[in-house]
Design a protein. Structure first.
Length: 267
């Protein structure tokens, strides 16, 4: 029986099927709010014990929404996750993710620092996906982001239709590698999308709790970053902030250890 680990869109790991077997077993090791370091320390050992043939490793947005954001630490942790899984022959599913500032409709001084962080994370994911031969989905394309029917009320996670579209895209890419079982999933939802009342209820309960947690952690730094953004914009030196982020990412990538040789799936 084949195995699959992690979420196809979320904070961490999920794992998947061996095409030589008639059935598959799925496990989801993801947890809400997990950071890349959590995926390395907690989810990866559990996934390795599960011995998946295919694992989705989709993480990074939560890191951009924390005061502790450190692209070098994220790079080390994510590289270790990818190396550990591919060393045992697991095929990785990865995705670059939308800019949370755009998704949440934040004003430019607040959105730009988050956009800079997300570009760095996405560039890292692109690099590691190529390094480890992952099946990689570009989920940050403007057309994808603009289609609100794909997203849940929080505007950061896909709704049912969004998950179905993601699954269909991964299915198509896995098919080119001969790693799929059965036909592609339907892209049409089985349940109607949440109505306005349900969305408002979510915002008033879970959404309010999320906002309080992020306000206590990220908001003070984000306001400080926004102040710096405004000062640089006024001076016409905003490109310096982009260059700093690019240099930090370059140093993080340069510091990574050599890649381990890729094993064939199932070895």
């Amino acid at each position: 029986m084949g195995t699959v680990a992690g979420p196809v869109f979320g904070s961490g790991l999920s794992a998947g099927p061996n095409p030589a077997e008639p059935a598959s077993t799925f496990r989801n090791f993801a947890t809400s709010g997990a950071l890349t370091r959590d995926v390395r320390a907690e989810q990866t050992p559990a996934a390795l014990a599960f011995a998946p043939d295919i694992a989705s490793v989709v993480v990074g947005v939560n890191d951009t929404l924390r005061r502790s954001f450190d692209i070098a630490a994220i790079a080390r942790a994510l590289d270790e996750v990818c190396a550990a899984l591919t060393a045992r022959g697991t095929v990785l599913l990865t995705a670059c993710l939308p800019d949370p500032g755009v998704m949440l409709g934040l004003p430019a001084p607040l959105a730009r620092p988050l956009a800079r962080r997300q570009r760095a994370v996405n560039t890292l994911v692109h690099t590691l996906s190529a390094r480890y031969g992952a099946v990689h989905l570009h989920a940050a394309d403007p057309a994808w982001v603009a289609d609100r029917s794909l997203w849940s009320a929080d505007r950061l996670h896909p709704g049912e239709r969004g998950h179905r579209v993601i699954a269909a895209r991964f299915h198509a890419m896995l098919t080119t590698r001969g790693l799929t079982l059965g036909p592609p999933p339907s892209q049409e939802p089985e349940r109607p999308p949440p109505g306005r009342t349900e969305a408002l209820l979510w915002l008033a309960t879970a959404g309010a709790g999320w906002l309080v947690r992020r306000s206590a952690d990220l908001l003070p730094e984000l306001l400080w970053l926004a102040g710096g953004e405004l000062r640089h914009l006024a001076r016409g030196t905003a490109d310096r902030l982009d260059r700093r982020a690019e240099h930090a990412l370059s140093r993080a990538l340069t510091a990574l250890p050599p890649a381990v040789p890729l094993a064939r799936m199932g070895e």
